[in-house]
Structure formats: structure tokens, C-alpha cells
Design a protein around this ligand. Structure first.
Ligand code: MN
Length: 301
């Protein structure tokens, strides 16, 4: 099932290019915060799922396009991101797992605007990533069981500022630097997270094109490793890293589109994540793929 929040954090089920309003399946949620609505859905999923399906079948629907979509994970308890983690189209055989935390303040709603800060970065990059939403508390789980802890999957862009002194925190945590969604695709719909195709375009021009089969450490291995360090909680987001062959600049006026899906599945393409970029400083960078970064990422460390 493909779940969205829309309008005043009403619960929607995406069916094709339409949204059915399934809010009534949640009962009285008037005083429940957006994130707690998600946690209610996650914790009660086994019982709620048939109700949500039933309500969605009978509910009025509206076009997905033009709907006021809200962040599918409104206030993640944490955002854990894998650094690198792609073999760069098979060039690297292994890459050690490395994580950083991105500020939860960085969450951007679908169709929102990434605002570039005035800090003098050498460039701001898009990093297209598959992310998971954790479904139950995971502490020291083994990779073989790790996907049982996933509630669902979603497209994620790890917006990154390069060249600023201060490490991952300043590079990754600016407000609006975590566009994600628009839908959470529940785990039952994803038979293998290592067989997904990722496509990111800027202003309609292709940038990133890669498969999750190029990940150096699988989604399950990342969950195993992260959960050995910190307990992953329902509503946490874990992003699985990016392939750097195709990164490019984000700059004022850009329109970004990220599509993820299983090419072999019927209705395989998930709803696309779209967002804009604003730079009050009106800086400019070369358009197209950042080939220097791509080459550096292919170079052995
Ligand atoms: Mn990243």
C-alpha cells in the first residue's frame, strides 16, 4: 500500500494517480500530532491495514497531482544516513559502512522548496537515495531478520553542501535538506530492496540513474550495523546512500524529480518526489553532471 498524508495530515492511499481518503479508518485523531498519526498506523498496522483498505475502497478520491501533500514522516525520531555505500557501478568491491545523523529539522514536504543557505559551499549536490521507515524497535538485529523491522520505503534526497568546514553536520543538516516521499510504500510491496531502479532528473534532464543492486552494503546490512550502535525506533528514517555517478549542482530555480520503483513489478513506479530549489544569493554552478565528483568517487581510497 502507498500511504500519504495530505491537507491537514489526512491519511491517503494512493491508487494509480489518485488518492483515496482513508482518514476515517484511524478513528478520532483530531488531537493527535502528525507524527503520532504515523506511529499509530505503524504500531497498529496488522489490525488497521484491512480497515484502511476497506475505507479507501469506498472513499471519494482526488487526483494525486495538485493535492496538498504533507511529509509522510512528519517528525522522524531520527534520520540515519549511510555515507557513500555504492560501488559506483561496480568499481569498488567493498566499502566500509559509515553513518551520520541528519537533523530532523531538515524534513521537507513533497513539492516543497529546498532553500540554499548563505554559507559559501563550493557546491550543493542532490543525492538520490532509497530510505526505509522503521516499523518496530530494532536493537542489535541480524541482517537476516533486519527487513522484518522495516515498515516501508520511500524516495529520499540527501541534499549536501560541499566544502564547508565542520564535517557531516554542516554538510547535511541545513533546514529543508531532507526532501522525502511523497508516499511510504509499505514493505509487503517491495519483495527485494536491492532490485529497485532510481532516477533523478533536474529540470527534466537526466542526472542520476542507478540500481540498488549496486549498493556495497545492503539495506539489511545497514540496519544490522546501525542497530548495533543505536536502537532504531518506529518512525525513524534510514537512508541507504547514493551512487555518485550523476550528482550535479542544485541551484536557484531548479525543479527536481526523483522516481524509484521495481521495474519488474506491475505498477512498479512509486509516486515521484518533486521539489524546487531557491537560492536567495542567486549563485550559479555549471549545469549537468558533476564529472569531477563522479571521478573522485570512482578512485580507490
Ligand atoms: Mn547521502
Amino acid at each position: 500500500m502507498r500511504l500519504v498524508f495530505f491537507d491537514d495530515y489526512r491519511l491517503g492511499v494512493v491508487q494509480g494517480d489518485r488518492i483515496a481518503d482513508a482518514t476515517a479508518a484511524l478513528g478520532d485523531i483530531a488531537g493527535v500530532s502528525p507524527q503520532d498519526r504515523l506511529l499509530t498506523i505503524i504500531s497498529g498496522w496488522a489490525e488497521l491495514r484491512p480497515q484502511i483498505e476497506r475505507v479507501a475502497q469506498a472513499a471519494p478520491s482526488r487526483p494525486l497531482r495538485g493535492a496538498r501533500l504533507r511529509a509522510p514522516v512528519p517528525r522522524p525520531t531520527k534520520i540515519v544516513c549511510a555515507a557513500r555505500n555504492y560501488r559506483e557501478n561496480g568499481v569498488h568491491r567493498t566499502i566500509p559502512i559509515e553513518f551520520f545523523l541528519k537533523s530532523t529539522e531538515a524534513v521537507l514536504e513533497p513539492a516543497g522548496t529546498v532553500e540554499l543557505p548563505p554559507h559559501q559551499a563550493t557546491i550543493f549536490h542532490h543525492e538520490a537515495e532509497l530510505a526505509v521507515v522503521i516499523g518496530r524497535a530494532a536493537r542489535r538485529v541480524k541482517a537476516a531478520e533486519a527487513l522484518d523491522y522495516v515498515f516501508g520505503y520511500l524516495p529520499f534526497v540527501d541534499v549536501s553542501a560541499r566544502g564547508l568546514s565542520g564535517g557531516f553536520f554542516i554538510g547535511k543538516s541545513f533546514d529543508t535538506f531532507a526532501p522525502m516521499g511523497p508516499a511510504i510504500v509499505t514493505a509487503d510491496e517491495v519483495s527485494d530492496p536491492q532490485r529497485l531502479a532510481i532516477e533523478l532528473d533536474v529540470n527534466g534532464e537526466p542526472r542520476q540513474r542507478f540500481g540498488t543492486d549496486d549498493m556495497a552494503n545492503s539495506t539489511a546490512a545497514l540496519i544490522e550495523h546501525a542497530s548495533s550502535i543505536t536502537t532504531l525506533r518506529p518512525g525513524d528514517v534510514l537512508a541507504t546512500g547514493t551512487n555518485h555517478q550523476g550528482l550535479g549542482a542544485l541551484q536557484d530555480g531548479d525543479r527536481v524529480s526523483l522516481r524509484i520503483g521495481d521495474p519488474s513489478a506491475a505498477g512498479g513506479g512509486w509516486p515521484a518526489l518533486e521539489f524546487s530549489v531557491s537560492d536567495p544569493e542567486k549563485r550559479s554552478w555549471p549545469r549537468g553532471v558533476d564529472e569531477a565528483t563522479a571521478e573522485r568517487a570512482r578512485t580507490p581510497r
